[in-house]
Structure formats: structure tokens, C-alpha cells
Design a protein. Structure first.
Length: 554
């Protein structure tokens, strides 16, 4: 059996359980050490769980939610729900009570698996009465109706069910960057196509090892890690906690490691704490030491065996990619959406000359740009629509193409550059439209900038809201103001008059998931910042290019 045929996810699970039954598939760290699960034991536990769910009265077609951080049991639940014909509804483990309630009610979930959580007490009020709570084998202060051990006492089901390719497998809710999350309907066949495409594009195989820690409720982790491991027959390890994270990575020594811009930034800061930039640059220029230094840095992160390093979810600065490239750690940037199962374009094999793009179409994917500049995508791995939202479905899926809502351009080799969202364009007081993303891309070239959002709807000029990077903390206010003013002048010299930035505002409070400025996938909720700074030009100190938020007029 190969990934190039029409096999569905469960068929791959059955295949590996037969071909390499004793090979370790999932590695779960706990307080008492590592707990390893072979392919055959994962299948057996999934089969027992199906029996347990059936005994509780659940029927094929019922929706069952998953609320947990990544763990081996998340994978096992996902397989069991497929085997039982149930429809999985993943929820972000960081979701607040309001979001938890919305997803459970909108999806009409009849039960929810409760697993590893940091704040169960704040999430519990979001679980409606009548939704059965099923506990994974982790301590939680949340009251549950049935525990993992009692669900697995049943004998595993005897048969090996295979669903129809067109049957609904999961409702994956978008992160809600522009409003209420939408329930993206994903079939078994679409999921299979995305997983197969990743394998064919990257060459993943059973000798690979992956590390799973980005939320499985997000389609990227669900496809690129869970899905690809299933099709490649590869091993997957998990993190026990934040303090043990790097040690856990070192133990797994992944060959595949996918992250987000913020973590790559944090890794860099940690490296520079031990080895300042000036010293690092000097050592990298010495031929006899350069290779040793690079290997030591890679080993310190647990990534010395990694052959694929990835980044997605949010834009990453090209300068940061260049920085890692100098350490022989080329990072593949990729782009996709929940609606096309996150598998669309990727810069793999890594092309240094294409840094700044998000790569080109993966195997089986077609990308084109509409007359309006919108990116259109066509592939087998696409959603079948939005749950309970036919109007949005019709607007997004037209003539066999997914209308992504993103603006972009293709170069002569088919590499895609994202230039913004169609809805992100705003009109200033001058009555002309401004596209913020290309301007933000210019600003984030600076190592002083960690995150940026350009706002200015109805204002005289656009303004840049900037969250400083950790690197900026080493400089004085005068140095920061000078460097950022120079950067502002350089950027404005390349823009048309109505696009030129009126100034840079250095924000006081970092943007986080907790203060609701970032989505669980770390995308900025632009509309909230537009609202919060709607009167920025009125409060701006005259004649200043760079302003700290504390200096704004009240």
C-alpha cells in the first residue's frame, strides 16, 4: 500500500498496525517518564474506545468534540471517532468559555473529550448542560461523566470499518480572526488527499520522527503532523509541559519540526542569550569553528537531526529566515487555509532565492490569480462547505475553485507572494484605498519589530502599530527612535503619497491570545485594533515620527 493510491486515513492505520505492529508510533511524556504506544496498541485502544462510545448510546453521525492540548490520546480519539462513524469537532485548548460554548452549540456536539488543559475552571462554564463529558487520562479539576479507563474496558470492535470517502469526517472551526468561527466541513477523502499531497511533496517516510505541539484543533497540525505520520508510518512525540519542552524535543530528536514565527523568534532570543550576536557572527566566519557552532546550536534545540523545518500560521520576517539559514537551518515557509486543509503552497525543497514567498503549489494543487488579484485554489483536499452557512459556502466555492479572500501574485516560476486580504484594504480620509500587508512586510524586515499592524480607516494617513522584539530591549529609547525613524523614512520613500505612514506607535501591552488580540493560531484581529485606535491621528503628538503609547494624548 502506498500513499499514491486512494487509501483513506483508517486504512493507513490498519496497514501500519499489520506491517509494523510493534514499532513505536506515539511517545507520550508524563511525570513518571515516557509512555510509548505501538501501532498495534493504538489500533486496539481506538477499537476499545469505539466499543465504549457505542455502549454509551452514541450513533454514527453524532458530533463529538475534543478539548485538549496535544497528546497520544488525542490521536487515539480521532481514530476511534472515524472508526465509529462519528464526526469530530476539535476545540482549541486555549479557547475561552464563550468560544467553547459557541462551537459545542453550533456543531450540536453530544459529547466532549476533556484532556490536558491549563485553565479548565475558566472553560467549564462554556460546556452546555446535556453535553456528556468524557475524560482523557489526565488530572483535571473539571467534573466529567465517564473516565478513559471505563471507556476502554470493552473489547475492541472486531471489524475494521472504512468510511465512504465523501462522508463527513470533521468540523474544523476557523480561528475567528474576523468574527465568529466558521465550521469547515472536511470529508475523509479530502483529508486523505491533503495528507497524500504532503507525502509526495516532502518525501516523508517511516524513518521520520515528528514532534506534535501546535494545537491539533488547527488544521495545519492535524494534517501536517497527525495526517502525514499516519500516511508515512512515522513516529510522533509530544511535550509534557512548557518547562520540559526543549528536553522533550531533544528526546524525540525530530526529523520534522513545524513551528510558528513567535517560537522561532523565541528560539533565536535563547540562542543569543548564551552567544551574543557579535560573537556568533565572528565564530561563523572562522571555517574550523563554524560547523561546530552550528551543530551545537542545532543540538541545543533538539533539532540536529531535523531535515524539514517548517513555519506557517502567520507571516514570518525574511530576515529571521535568513538568520536561521546562516545556521544551516533552512525553514520552509508554507501557506494554506482551513478551507483547503492548510495544504496549498510550500517552499520545499528550500529555495533561498525564494525567501519572501510562501513557495509554490504542492503536488495536486492548482493556484491562479483572479482579475481582481485574489488567490484561487483548486485541489482534492478542499472543504465541502461551511456547516449551516450555505451563503458563505456559495461565496467561497465557485466553479470548482476556492476563493481564498487573500491577495497575491505569482512569479514566472509559480512561487506565490501574499500581499494581503481583500477585506483588509481600508480607505483613508483622502478617499483612497491602502493595502496594509505589503507595508507591514516592509516594516517587519527590521529585527526591532516582532509584530506589526497598519491601521488608518478614515484617518489622514495610515499608522503602524508595532510590538517591539526582544532584540529591541537591548537598545535605549533614543536608539530605537532613531533606527525606527530611519526605517520609516526609507519605507515611505517607496510608497505613494496616500500610503505613506504618518508614524509608528510602539504599543505598551504585547498582543496575545489571552488579551484577545491574537487568534489561537496567532493571527492578529485587525478589526479590533482598527476600533481601538480609530482616533489615533487626533491623539498623535505633532511632529513626532515614533511615539510610545504612554505618550499619546488621552
Amino acid at each position: 500500500m502506498t500513499a499514491s493510491d486512494r487509501t483513506l486515513p483508517l486504512q493507513m492505520l490498519y496497514h501500519w498496525a499489520e506491517q509494523q505492529p510493534e514499532a513505536i508510533y506515539l511517545r507520550q511524556p508524563r511525570a513518571d517518564g515516557w509512555h510509548d504506544h505501538s501501532w498495534s496498541s493504538v489500533l486496539e485502544m481506538a477499537g476499545r474506545l469505539v466499543s465504549g462510545l457505542s455502549k454509551l448510546g452514541f450513533e454514527p453521525g453524532d458530533k463529538i468534540a475534543l478539548l485538549s492540548k496535544n497528546c497520544a490520546e488525542w490521536f487515539i480519539c480521532d481514530f476511534a471517532l472515524q472508526m465509529g462513524g462519528y464526526i469530530s469537532v476539535p476545540i482549541y485548548p486555549t479557547a475561552g468559555a464563550e468560544t467553547v460554548r459557541y462551537v459545542l452549540e453550533h456543531s450540536e456536539s453530544k459529547a466532549v473529550f476533556i484532556g490536558k488543559l491549563d485553565n479548565p475552571d475558566t472553560q467549564e462554564p462554556g460546556i452546555p448542560e446535556g453535553v456528556m463529558r468524557l475524560a482523557m487520562p489526565y488530572d483535571t479539576s473539571m467534573e466529567t461523566h465517564h473516565h478513559w479507563s471505563s471507556l476502554l474496558v470493552q473489547d475492541p470492535i472486531a471489524e475494521k470499518p472504512v468510511p465512504e470517502a465523501g462522508a463527513l469526517m470533521s468540523l474544523v472551526y476557523t480561528s475567528g480572526s474576523t468574527g465568529k468561527p466558521k465550521g469547515v466541513m472536511i470529508t475523509h477523502g479530502a483529508y486523505a488527499a491533503a495528507c497524500r499531497g504532503i507525502l509526495e511533496s516532502t518525501g516523508l517516510n517511516k524513518d521520520d520522527r515528528a514532534f506534535s505541539y501546535l494545537p491539533l484543533a488547527h488544521i495545519t497540525e492535524r494534517v501536517y503532523i497527525l495526517g502525514s505520520s499516519l500516511y508515512a508510518g512515522a513516529q510522533v512525540g509530544f511535550a509534557h509541559s512548557l518547562p520540559t519542552f526543549v528536553d522533550n524535543v531533544k528526546t524525540i530528536s525530530p526529523t520534522v519540526f513545524i513551528s510558528v514565527p513567535r517560537l522561532w523568534t523565541n528560539f533565536r532570543s535563547g540562542i543569543l542569550e548564551k552567544l551574543p550576536e557579535a560573537k556568533l557572527k565572528l565564530l561563523l566566519r572562522i571555517p574550523l569553528l563554524s560547523g561546530l557552532v552550528k551543530k551545537k546550536i542545532q543540538a541545543g534545540l533538539g533539532l540536529d537531526k531535523a531535515r524539514i523545518l517548517g513555519c506557517g500560521s502567520a507571516p514570518i520576517s525574511p530576515w529571521l529566515l535568513r538568520w536561521y539559514e546562516k545556521l544551516d537551518m533552512p525553514i520552509t515557509e508554507a501557506w494554506g487555509m482551513t478551507e483547503n486543509l492548510a495544504y496549498s503552497t510550500l517552499n520545499y525543497p528550500f529555495r533561498s532565492d525564494k525567501v519572501g514567498t510562501v513557495g509554490r503549489a504542492g503536488v495536486g494543487v492548482e493556484i491562479r490569480i483572479s482579475d481582481e488579484g485574489e488567490i484561487l485554489c483548486r485541489c482534492e483536499g478542499m472543504m465541502s462547505g461551511y456547516y449551516k452557512d450555505e451563503e458563505a459556502t456559495q461565496a467561497t466555492l465557485r466553479d470548482g475553485w476556492l476563493h481564498t479572500g487573500d491577495r497575491g501574485k505569482l512569479d514566472d516560476e509559480g512561487f506565490l507572494s501574499i500581499t494581503g486580504r481583500l477585506k483588509d484594504a481600508f480607505k483613508t480620509a483622502k478617499g483612497k484605498y491602502v493595502l496594509p500587508v505589503p507595508i507591514e512586510a516592509m516594516l517587519i524586515e527590521s529585527s526591532l519589530v516582532e509584530q506589526v499592524c497598519v491601521v488608518g480607516s478614515g484617518q489622514a494617513q495610515p499608522m503602524a502599530l508595532v510590538q517591539l522584539s526582544e532584540h529591541a530591549a537591548t537598545q535605549s529609547k533614543e536608539q530605537l527612535a532613531g533606527e525606527l525613524s530611519a526605517s520609516l523614512g526609507h519605507i515611505n520613500s517607496q510608497l505613494e503619497s496616500h500610503q505613506r505612514l504618518g508614524g509608528i506607535l510602539l504599543i505598551d501591552e504585547p498582543w496575545t491570545v489571552e488579551n484577545d488580540i491574537l487568534t489561537p493560531t496567532l493571527k492578529i484581529k485587525r478589526h479590533l485594533l482598527e476600533q481601538a485606535y480609530a482616533d489615533l491621528d487626533e491623539r498623535w503628538p505633532k511632529g513626532q515620527a515614533v511615539v510610545w503609547e504612554t505618550e499619546l494624548a488621552k
